[in-house]
Design a protein around this ligand. Structure first.
Ligand code: PGA
Length: 245
């Protein structure tokens, strides 16, 4: 899978223009292609892409079902737009909006109840990598928010390993660092759900993945694709990354 994460970029009109450009070129991709857009864009972009292989993701959803939560958007509302995926646990949500493992556990469950497929993000910050405790951090993130799921629920989960020090910084993890962590994550899934489930789980790499380095990252046996921020905002770059998968 190659998934874009537009973050808080593009007006509705700019988003429609980008989705239109992608739709014209991404006709028969060799991998799943998803674009994560702001809530505002979802209904329009999902309608635009309904006959396209490109699927649409929200970048977040509420941790509550419905009711008096001004400004929030529920998983049911996201699903009603035609979006099929929901990015959850992104490090920017954890850091700036104080999303805890418990809150994320609720969001994942609500997404699944509404037939949305979570793209669940995990990854350590720079200090944790420097201290050599990245494995413990990632394990705790999985245990805190998604290892409560049944194997049946797990089948709908995509993981994205995004070292926080690599996001938007131009400091990509080396292919070896990515492979090592992805293999570790897969071993944790195997311990919990068995080898077959682990082999079937899509684990994306994210963090300054771009048109130049994507092929090298994706060549690793445990890197099943990418979650792309900045480089997903320009159609030619995003298309090159899709072709690299
Ligand atoms: P980046 O963002 O590609 O701009 O580093 C990745 C992400 O945050 O998903």
């Amino acid at each position: 899978m190659v998934a874009g994460n537009w973050k808080m970029n593009k007006t509705l009109q700019e988003g429609v223009a980008l989705a239109t450009e992608l739709k014209q070129t991404v006709v028969n991709p060799k991998c799943a292609v998803v674009i994560g857009t702001p809530f505002i864009h979802l209904a329009t972009v999902a309608e635009l892409l309904k006959d396209s292989p490109i699927k649409v993701a929200a970048e977040n959803c509420a941790d509550k079902v419905s009711g008096a939560y001004t400004g929030e958007v529920s998983a049911a509302m996201v699903a009603s737009t035609g979006a099929e995926y929901c990015i959850l646990g992104h490090s920017e949500r954890r850091a700036y909006y104080h999303e805890t493992p418990e809150i994320l556990r609720e969001k994942v469950l609500l997404a699944l109840e509404n037939n949305l497929k979570p793209i669940f993000c995990i990854g350590e910050v720079k200090e944790e990598r420097e201290a050599g405790c990245q494995n413990e951090v990632v394990k705790a993130q999985l245990e805190g928010s998604v290892f409560n799921l049944t194997a049946e629920q797990w089948a709908n989960i995509t993981l994205a390993y995004e070292p926080v020090w690599a996001i938007g910084t131009g400091l990509t993890a080396t292919p070896d660092q990515a492979q090592e962590m992805h293999a570790y994550i897969r071993s944790l899934i195997a311990e919990k759900y068995g080898k077959q489930v682990a082999d079937d789980t899509t684990i994306l790499y994210g963090g300054s993945c771009n048109a130049k380095n994507a092929a090298e990252l994706f060549a690793n046996p445990d890197v099943d694709g990418g979650l792309i921020g900045g480089a997903s905002l320009k159609a030619p770059d995003f298309i090159t990354i899709i072709q690299a998968r």
